[in-house]
Each structure stands twice: as structure tokens, then as C-alpha cells.
Design a protein around this ligand. Structure first.
Ligand SMILES: *[C@@H]1O[C@H](CO)[C@@H](O)[C@H](O)[C@H]1NC(C)=O
Ligand SMILES: *[C@@H]1O[C@H](CO)[C@@H](O)[C@H](O)[C@H]1NC(C)=O
Ligand SMILES: *[C@@H]1O[C@H](CO)[C@@H](O)[C@H](O)[C@H]1NC(C)=O
Ligand SMILES: *[C@@H]1O[C@H](CO)[C@@H](O)[C@H](O)[C@H]1NC(C)=O
Ligand SMILES: *[C@@H]1O[C@H](CO)[C@@H](O)[C@H](O)[C@H]1NC(C)=O
Ligand SMILES: *[C@@H]1O[C@H](CO)[C@@H](O)[C@H](O)[C@H]1NC(C)=O
Ligand SMILES: *[C@@H]1O[C@H](CO)[C@@H](O)[C@H](O)[C@H]1NC(C)=O
Ligand SMILES: *[C@@H]1O[C@H](CO)[C@@H](O)[C@H](O)[C@H]1NC(C)=O
Length: 476
């Protein structure tokens, strides 16, 4: 048992460090805090390339090596170190008990044979395989199968990952391939990357895989409700379910597990964001292009040590923005565009000293644009068009001049390209207030803090490609 445990733990460390090494050459990876420096999360789930693959960027889409053309991405290139954050509790703890392989199966041969059987079973359901990947799926040694990634540890080989990214597998008769394969907890799988295929259903018992830390099933045919089982995976830090046909509410448990990355965009999710939103410890979040309703919970302020980018764009979210958003001191990208939000911009936004992109366009926001926001030193784009803003001061006018601020189609009297007076009059003929109106004046930082350049700012290179905006594209 003991040997067995240390075997797996050692494998984990070896693989993870190699995974990072590999990717730092070809793709970009990002690390979180010090305690988890080893656990590099590879955006793109492209992470680990099997030896059979050319040492290029991992296969297509989600999230890309070369991010797709998006405004966020085009601004400046190099990837930034993440802002140092207070180390949250590391999630990964080796399981205290772990059955075979080990006692009954010291070399792991049974488990390898079993895995080969499982993958050959998937192969039987694949009717369309344009890259002839499945041709190599013969025999009892899964390490010879294309798309199966193994790692040699001392005299034992173990399957550590599945990389079916971009294989475009489809079933017979154009039907999706059911991925309800049965995985056992004996497997040392650390990543399961299967973006851009036509899989439906998650593998069974996926939550029994103690070492699984990346699951990418984006751009597949997952349907029905949120796959709750995956939320029980003890090591999961990267969950990418975007571009599927999932619907209904996202369960509150999705906000309490310890993910670094949660991509849910381009599904049919609906319902409110749960009040426990603030339990999330993710760095990158995309809720874009779904049907979420209700407001942004004020508990979002509790994400202040971790949250870097969040996209709410194109949902049916409403209400006033809570001032607590101003506590998100590491935040660089915040996009609430195309929703039904209203109210003024909280003054607390003047504390978001790392903010680079703020997009609030196409909502019902109103009031003056706080000068403090326009003074934020790292701001590259402030997009406020198609709202009901009424005033911009001298700092904001400087940004208009430099093309960083878009305030078209608002109610600012002396500017061009504004709404008609009657549109504005109609909007303001209704009495509009926010709950906790006074909190919107509250500034949870000192102005000095907000304005001075910290060491962090000096050390940070130019603006990086935005992983969340990259996640909005499917590309082939
Ligand atoms: C090598 O494998 C054998 C079984 O095939 C096992 O008994 C032995 O302990 C292994 N040695 C090491 C160093 O892991
Ligand atoms: C899934 O299948 C449909 C039709 O059978 C096809 O048009 C689509 O491109 C497939 N998706 C992927 C990612 O291969
Ligand atoms: C694995 O999944 C199957 C079917 O979904 C279930 O019957 C079984 O109890 C599960 N096993 C474990 C160990 O959870
Ligand atoms: C998911 O899609 C399959 C066909 O691809 C269909 O048979 C099944 O009923 C769907 N499930 C749900 C929950 O919509
Ligand atoms: C998702 O929502 C759209 C728009 O309401 C609808 O047309 C589509 O059928 C839905 N898809 C699924 C899988 O529920
Ligand atoms: C917004 O989301 C809906 C539903 O997912 C989609 O049909 C529409 O194209 C999206 N709009 C934009 C501007 O992306
Ligand atoms: C989390 O947010 C809630 C609601 O805003 C607040 O009451 C609570 O004190 C916060 N907890 C922490 C640890 O900041
Ligand atoms: C802001 O959001 C709108 C709507 O989603 C989008 O069309 C526009 O490109 C965005 N602008 C920037 C600078 O991100």
C-alpha cells in the first residue's frame, strides 16, 4: 500500500513537472500560487502531448495556443505571471487508502489491460475517425494506442492521460459517441482531453479518479443537465465544458470545488448564479453565451485573492452591480456586456488597479462614469456603449481621445453618437434605484492605493492574451 501510494504521488509530480516543461516551450501555461506551483494548468487542455505527436502546439480548439482574434488578445502579447495571491489551501491530497494496483497487481498490468479493453470499446463505437487514430488501438498495451499518454516510472508504466483533442470522432450514422465507459479508481489518469469530438455523456465513475486534474470535453455533444458527478472529483482543477448542449441550472456545488479554471460558455445553462458564488477559488471563469438570470451575488467579493478574469457576457443577468466587485484586486478582465444590468458603476471599481478590460456595453447602466475608473493605470479598453450614462469628466475624455473609452449610444449631452433625447427622457422618466444605494459610493481602498503603481505593476509585462476571451472561440 505504501509503495503504491508513493508511486502514484511520485508519478504525479514527475508528470506534472514534465507537462509544464513541455508546454512552456510550445504553449503557455500558467501557475497559480506558491503551494501549487507544481500543478501547472495548461489552458487548452492541450497540455501533455504524447510522444507520437509532433512537438507543436497541442491539437485544435479550446483554449488555444495561439489565441483567436479577439480584442483582448490583440492588444499586447506575452503571458504575464499571475499576480501573487494568498495561497489557498491546496486541494490535492493523496488519498489515504488506495486499493489495487499494488498488492494484487504490483506491476499494474491488470489495470493496463483493463484500460486497453475500455479504449478498444470506445473504438468500436467510433464510426468516423478522419485521422485514423483508432487504427492503432489494438493489443493489450494501451501505451501503444494513439491518444493514450503513458508515463514510465521505474519498471512500471502507467496511463496518465487521454488526449483525444481535435480528433473529430463521431459515431455511426452521424450519431454522437457515447462516452459512458467505465473507469475504475485504479487508474492513474491525470487528464482527460477530448475537445472537438462528438462525445455524449461523461465517462462513468469519473469522480473515482483520484488524480484527475484536467477535464476538457468542450465542443462535444454533452446534453442534459450539468454533469454533477464530475464535481466529486477530488483533484480536479480545470473543467472545460464549453460549447456543448448542457442546460438547466449550474449546481451550487460547482462553486465550492477547488477549480482554477471553469469554462461554461456557449451552453444552454439558465437560472441564477448561486449565493455561494464567493466560494469559488477559480482564476478564470466564463459564463458567456448562456441564459443565466438574476444578479451577480455580492459574495463575489470573497473571490478577491483569486479571480483574474470573468466573462458574464450575453446572458440575461440583471440588477445593479454589487460594490464588492471592487475588492477583486487581481482582476484584469471583467465583461458584463449584453445583459440587463442597471444602476451606476460602483465607485469601488476605482480600486481595480489591475483591470485592463472592462466591458459593460449593451445594458441599462446609467449615471456619471466615475473619474476614478478612467484613471485606472492599467486600463486598455473601457467599453460602455449602449447604456444610459449621463456624464464623463476630464479623465474619461482623455480616454475617449485616445480611443480607449467607447461611450457611444448613451445620454451624454455634449458628445456625438448618443441616444436621442426622447430615448433618454423615456428611460429616466422611471424612478431607478439600487438596493444598498449608498454602498455604491463606498471605496474599499485608499485612493493612494488605487493610484500608485505597485511593484506588481512594474514587474508585470505587457497585457497578456486573455484565456477567457480565447475560450469564446471554437476554432478548428
Ligand atoms: C518491478 O516490478 C516487479 C513486478 O513486476 C516488482 O515486484 C518490483 O518491486 C518492481 N521494482 C521496483 C523497483 O518497482
Ligand atoms: C459532430 O457531428 C456533426 C454531424 O454529424 C458534424 O457536423 C460536426 O462537425 C461534428 N463535430 C465535431 C467537433 O467533429
Ligand atoms: C460506477 O458507476 C456504476 C454505474 O454508473 C455504478 O453502478 C457503480 O456503483 C459505480 N462504482 C463506484 C465505485 O462508484
Ligand atoms: C441527449 O441526446 C441524445 C441524442 O444525441 C438523446 O437521445 C437524449 O435523449 C438526450 N438527452 C437529454 C437529457 O436531452
Ligand atoms: C438551447 O437554447 C436555444 C435557444 O433557446 C434552443 O434553440 C436550443 O434548442 C436549445 N438547445 C438545447 C440542446 O436545449
Ligand atoms: C448570445 O447568445 C445566444 C444564445 O446562446 C446566441 O444565439 C447569440 O448569437 C449570442 N449573441 C452574441 C452577440 O454572441
Ligand atoms: C463572503 O461574502 C459574504 C456576502 O457578501 C459576506 O457576508 C462574508 O463575510 C464574506 N466572507 C468573507 C470571508 O469575506
Ligand atoms: C464589448 O462587448 C461587445 C458585446 O459583447 C463586443 O461586441 C465588443 O467587441 C466588446 N469590446 C471590447 C473592447 O472588448
Amino acid at each position: 500500500m505504501t509503495t503504491n501510494l508513493s508511486f502514484s504521488t511520485a508519478i504525479l509530480l514527475v508528470i506534472v513537472s514534465q507537462s509544464f516543461f513541455h508546454n512552456s516551450l510550445t504553449c503557455y501555461a500558467f501557475s497559480h500560487d506558491k503551494t501549487r506551483e507544481a500543478l501547472e494548468i495548461i489552458i487548452g487542455g492541450g497540455g501533455y502531448a504524447s510522444p507520437a505527436q509532433p512537438p507543436e502546439c497541442p491539437p485544435p480548439p479550446p483554449p488555444p495556443c495561439l489565441p483567436p482574434a479577439s480584442p483582448a488578445v490583440q492588444i499586447k502579447p506575452p503571458p504575464p505571471p499571475l499576480p501573487p495571491s494568498q495561497p489557498p489551501k491546496p486541494k490535492y491530497t493523496p488519498p489515504s487508502t488506495r486499493p489495487s494496483p499494488g498488492i494484487e497487481d504490483p506491476s499494474g498490468i491488470k489495470s493496463m489491460k483493463y484500460f486497453a479493453t475500455v479504449i478498444r470499446g470506445v473504438g468500436k463505437k467510433i464510426g468516423y475517425d478522419p485521422q485514423h487514430i483508432t487504427d492503432s488501438w489494438t493489443g493489450d498495451n494501451p501505451c501503444t494506442f494513439k491518444g493514450v499518454v503513458c508515463h514510465q516510472f521505474m519498471n512500471r508504466s502507467a496511463v496518465v492521460g487521454v488526449d483525444f483533442n481535435g480528433n473529430h470522432f463521431n459515431g455511426y450514422g452521424g450519431q454522437p459517441v457515447d462516452l459512458n465507459i467505465f473507469l475504475t479508481q485504479d487508474q492513474d489518469l491525470m487528464f482527460f482531453h477530448a475537445n472537438s469530438n462528438n462525445f455524449t455523456n461523461l465517462p462513468n465513475n469519473i469522480s473515482k479518479l483520484h488524480y484527475l486534474f484536467e477535464l476538457d470535453l468542450s465542443n462535444n455533444q454533452l446534453n442534459g443537465s450539468f454533469p454533477k458527478d464530475v464535481l466529486k472529483s477530488p483533484s480536479l482543477t480545470f473543467l472545460d465544458l464549453r460549447y456543448n448542449k448542457l442546460q438547466g441550472a449550474v449546481p451550487p456545488e460547482a462553486f465550492t470545488i477547488y477549480l482554477d479554471v471553469l469554462f461554461l460558455n456557449n451552453n444552454n445553462f439558465s437560472g441564477n448564479l448561486p449565493d455561494n458564488f464567493g466560494k469559488l477559488r477559480a482564476l478564470y471563469l466564463t459564463f458567456a453565451n448562456n441564459f443565466f438570470t438574476g444578479g451577480i451575488p455580492s459574495s463575489i467579493g470573497n473571490c478577491s485573492e483569486t479571480l483574474v478574469e470573468v466573462l458574464f457576457l450575453n446572458n440575461s443577468l440583471s440588477g445593479c452591480l454589487p460594490y464588492e466587485i471592487g475588492k477583486l484586486k487581481h482582476m484584469t478582465v471583467f465583461d458584463t456586456s449584453i445583459n440587463k444590468f442597471t444602476g451606476p458603476i460602483p465607485h469601488s471599481f476605482g480600486c481595480l488597479k489591475n483591470l485592463q478590460l472592462l466591458n459593460m456595453s449593451h445594458n441599462y447602466f446609467y449615471g456619471p462614469v466615475p473619474e476614478m475608473v478612467c484613471k485606472l493605470g492599467n486600463l486598455e479598453r473601457l467599453t460602455l456603449n449602449n447604456n444610459y450614462f449621463t456624464q464623463v469628466g476630464p479623465e474619461c475624455r482623455k480616454l475617449i481621445m485616445s480611443n480607449k473609452l467607447n461611450v457611444k449610444m448613451n445620454c451624454i449631452l455634449d458628445l456625438h453618437d448618443q441616444r436621442t433625447p426622447s430615448e433618454c427622457a423615456t428611460f429616466f422618466s422611471q424612478h431607478r434605484t439600487c438596493p444598498n444605494e449608498r454602498s455604491l459610493q463606498h471605496i474599499p481602498c485608499t485612493i493612494e492605493n488605487a493610484e500608485t503603481t505597485s511593484m506588481e505593476d512594474v514587474l508585470r509585462p505587457a497585457m497578456a492574451p486573455s484565456p477567457t476571451y480565447a475560450a469564446l472561440g471554437i476554432h478548428h
